[in-house]
Design a protein around this ligand. Sequence first.
Ligand code: ADP
Length: 201
Amino acid sequence: MTRVIFLGPPGAGKGTQAQILCASAEVPHISTGDILRAAVKAKTELGQKAEGYMSAGELVPDDLILGLIRERLSEADAANGWLLDGFPRNVEQANFLNELLEEIGQTCEVVVNLEVPDDELVTRMLARGRKDDQEDVIRNRLEVYREQTEPLIDLYNGRKQLVSVDGNQEMAAVSAELKKIVRGAKAEAQTGAQTGAQTGA
Ligand code: ADP
């Protein structure tokens, strides 16, 4: 089973690396940013509500996000694993996810923190040129990340689930490292499950 959360600041390469990893691990790439952008494009109710927050670089309110995650994780393809990219993004979302996983009898194997220095993040996002990649919006997204998302690093570290990866290397080097980490976490989870079965724990 592969169940992974990708943490890390905007522009760290979570989306790109998630796609590569999901293709090899054969699990769905669940990106709240992608889901929201598709909703904006399709002009759904969710998209219309989310658009203003996104273009300002603010987080979309939890009440729009939590139900969406609950539904997405209960879809058939998520039964065999998943990679969450862009969720959870604040402590409330992390607590919600924790309860949801308990409720559906799943556990996250590893939380990957992709580390990239701020000046490199800004350079990458400006080069990417997405609608919310203008300098003032980028600055706000980084600030929102520091305030709301970064506390999750300590939270998952405290649960011994966190692994940090230097995202400021060549793309292939990051991919190779991530693959190794996920393979290791998967093996560890299997060993744990077997030991648990043997000892009756
Ligand atoms: P990046 O990692 O570059 O910021 P994302 O695609 O993950 O890009 O997110 C883009 C925008 O979508 C965010 O700035 C935010 O407005 C919204 N968003 C994505 N995921 C969440 C989430 N879990 N909670 C609230 N808002 C979110």
